[in-house]
Design a protein around this ligand. Structure first.
Ligand code: NDP
Length: 313
């Protein structure tokens, strides 16, 4: 259950700031926290990502001042809690917004684009000319990923569940599209790649697509299984990876790719560059009042949303 509560906030302590939030990013992980797939101690706030303007700073804060715009994509001292009108956050997890990145775009894109940066550039290290398959290509992560891969010069096959979603993926730069659930995905991928298969599959769908993702890969290809939109992948028989072509599978999480402040700063600089240069255009598919967060969750899990969804305080 998601419930709206009022809470008085103290003044920010040393190393913290108070943020008047302009927009909150809805992420699929919020649904895992809500359902308990990723357990959190209850009762709990919800949400990892928001952007806004700093209205007070605690002692010893030097890199941020009142009036600066900033965004974050992780928990605070109090755990989850980005679904809020105002929030106290430690400066360690804050990123200053460049002038050319509006706060709603930052909330819509920071976590998703950082995920794409980490998966495409650091995890899979996609190169120009590589064949890649992207599942859920019209989703929040998906639309950013297709544009990012296009900028690198990859050959992109996009899968999604409706023709309207496939049209969005094409506009974002996908060279080929496949209707998931209707088309024989693996056969179509083999056909498009001349029987070779793709070098990399980016799969945030999880349980429903794990097997077919393996069947889409070239010999010694890499499955990047980075999410559980349809449920978690369990009970993997490693022998299958040998019989299907000495395949690689990884289950990455952003925290391990942004483990140090330097790694995170470099990744976020790249994110602002891709957005600022227009190589990645962020689609805000829907904006819900924060008070309607429950409806936003319902639509996200019902596969009704496209692009990024934000909540407005
Ligand atoms: P999306 O906007 O992509 O929404 C999820 C999409 O998954 C849906 O729109 C739908 O697209 C597809 N889907 C397929 N099967 C189901 C199902 N049974 N129920 C619901 N959706 C389904 O969400 P996000 O962009 O927020 O996140 C995408 C994925 O990335 C998630 O799995 C998320 O957990 C993961 N993620 C992982 C991170 C990491 O560090 N590992 C960080 C950030 C995100 P369609 O209808 O086209 O199939």
């Amino acid at each position: 259950m998601i419930e709206w509560i009022s809470e008085d906030l103290p003044a920010p302590a040393a190393g913290e700031v108070l943020i008047e939030q302009s927009a909150i990013g809805l992420n699929f992980i919020d649904t895992y926290h809500r359902t308990g797939l990723y357990p959190v101690p209850l009762p709990s706030g919800l949400g990892l990502e928001a952007a806004g303007t700093i209205t007070a700073v605690g002692e010893g804060v030097e890199d941020f001042k009142v009036g600066d715009r900033a965004a974050y994509m992780g928990p605070g001292k109090d755990g989850l809690g980005a679904y809020a009108t105002r929030r106290i956050m430690p400066v360690a997890g804050l990123f200053k917004l460049p002038d050319d990145v509006p706060s709603d775009i930052a909330a819509a894109a920071l976590l998703k684009a950082a995920t794409v940066e980490g998966l495409v550039e650091r995890c899979a290290k996609v190169q120009t000319g590589d064949w890649v398959l992207v599942h859920a290509a019209a989703g929040g992560v998906g639309l950013i990923m297709v544009q990012w891969l296009k900028a690198i010069g990859a050959n992109i096959i996009a899968a999604a569940s409706t023709d309207a979603k496939l049209e969005l993926a094409r506009k974002a730069g996908a060279h080929h599209t496949i209707l998931s659930g209707a088309d024989d995905l693996a056969a179509r991928v083999q056909e498009l790649t001349g029987g070779t298969g793709v070098s990399v599959v980016f799969d945030g769908v999880g349980k429903d697509t794990f097997e077919v993702s393996l069947d889409c890969l070239a010999s010694r290809g890499l499955l990047v299984s980075f999410g559980n939109a349809s449920g978690p992948v369990e009970g993997v028989n490693l022998g299958v990876l040998a019989s299907k072509g000495s395949l690689f599978v990884t289950r990455p999480t952003l925290g391990h790719y942004y483990a140090t402040p330097e790694d995170a700063a470099a990744g976020i600089a790249r994110v602002w560059d891709m957005i600022g240069s227009g190589k990645v255009k962020v689609t805000i598919g829907a904006a819900y009042p924060l008070s309607e967060a429950a409806n936003a969750h319902r639509d996200l899990v019902a596969r009704k949303t496209i692009g990024s969804v934000i909540l407005l305080p």
